[in-house]
Design a protein around this ligand. Structure first.
Ligand code: KG4
Ligand code: ZN
Length: 354
């Protein structure tokens, strides 16, 4: 499982290899939380490799992710993805100074593959192991984001706002009451006959569309809270499409996108106002959306996004978050005992617990 150098670090032989304190370690990050096997390498906040082996084709015919298939596929490819990441960076296993892996949230079987691979690799290399929260990885992908800031996480599994007072003091401000924004994108994409996951395809379809052609309900209109809701919007689109077969799909896609982005923006602005924070970080797969980037950038706020390649699930973001944890000494007492946690709130993972 550990490739060519599997035998070099017998289990139990001493503690983590010591390195000069001044040299930031090369961190290998692994994410197997859902249907992508991601392995990345980062040093001192800089990504040096990012390889993602997507399982999209494997799950496409089911219209969603099949958990058991995902776990088996992660197991099948993880060793090769690690080797590809090392080759892309032009380094060997001996150059790796720490290993970080997602411990949750996600599909438990899928998480277990990356987490256990990461532990075994770190143990074998005798380097520190850093368990990382998946959403912390998404936020860290924004690179230079220094707390305090408000983080909007919009992915296929989550849509939530956090006040990141410090890396170890994260407060959840609000979340979606029902579907995540990415989930709504995927469901509407499916209605329009696009594949799964359909967010990027829907955004492409929307480009030439008239975003005012179709009237859709604004989620949580009149509500002054910090929550989101996207399932009513999705149902409204479903009914519209069913009743009006002549609607131009590009217009439907553009109108849907306008309403989702508008909702994400207005609640995020309210979160900045409530917290008194001046910086916003937008992360997660939906942060790849071009309209979202345009509208947030035009809102007159200090906003940061991860580079497009780091918005959807990947291992480099876990390497970045792991590097931040290592530098600050934010490690759990026994990292090798960290379990896979399918439902792990970010606010709980922020302190030493890992
Ligand atoms: O963060 P991510 O890779 O996985 C989760 O942790 O969920 O997010 C995937 C989600 C999917 O729902 C996908 O449709 C959506 O991000 N997505 C997009 C775009 N690219 C990916 N949604 C809207 N516009 C995009 N360009
Ligand atoms: Zn994600």
């Amino acid at each position: 499982m550990l490739g060519r150098e599997a035998g070099r670090g017998p289990a139990g032989a001493g503690g983590p290899r010591s390195r000069p304190a001044t040299e930031p370690p090369l961190v290998l990050g692994i994410d197997t939380s859902c249907d992508d096997t991601g392995v990345g390498l980062a040093r001192a906040g800089q990504v040096v490799a990012n390889v993602v082996e997507s399982q999209t084709a494997l799950h496409a015919r089911f219209g969603g992710v099949m958990p058991e298939l995902a776990s088996r596929e992660h197991l099948e490819v993880i060793d090769e993805v690690v080797q590809r990441a090392l080759a892309a960076a032009g380094v060997g296993l001996g150059d790796v100074g720490a290993v970080a892996a997602t411990r949750g949230p996600g599909l438990v079987g899928a998480l277990l593959v990356g987490l256990n691979y990461g532990k075994a690799l770190a143990w074998g290399l005798q380097v520190p192991f850093v368990p990382v929260h998946h959403l912390e990885g998404h936020i860290a992908a924004a690179g230079d984001a220094q707390p305090p800031f408000v983080a909007l996480l919009a992915s296929g599994g989550h849509t939530a706002l956090f006040a990141v007072h410090a890396w170890d003091r994260v407060e959840e401000l609000g979340r979606s009451r029902d579907d995540a924004a990415g989930e709504a994108f995927d469901k509407v994409a499916r209605l329009l006959g696009l594949g799964y996951p359909g967010g990027a395809a829907l955004a492409k379809l929307a480009e030439p569309g008239d975003d005012r052609a179709v009237s859709l309900p604004v989620p949580m209109q009149g509500d002054k809270g910090l929550e989101f809701s996207f399932s009513g919007l999705k149902t409204a689109v479903a009914l519209l499409v069913e009743r009006n077969q002549t609607l131009d799909p590009a217009d439907v896609a553009a109108s849907f996108e306008r309403v989702v982005v508008g909702s994400l923006l207005s609640v995020s602005l309210r979160a900045l106002e409530r917290t008194g924070m001046t910086k916003l970080v937008v992360a997660g797969g939906v942060a790849a959306n071009a309209r979202l980037r345009r509208e947030f950038a035009a809102a007159g706020i200090d906003v940061a996004f991860p580079p497009p390649a780091l918005t959807t699930d990947n291992g480099a973001m876990i390497a970045l978050a792991g590097g931040l944890r290592l530098a600050a000494g934010r490690l759990p007492e026994s990292p090798f005992s960290a379990d896979a946690e399918p439902y792990l709130p970010l606010a709980d993972a922020a302190p030493q617990a890992g």
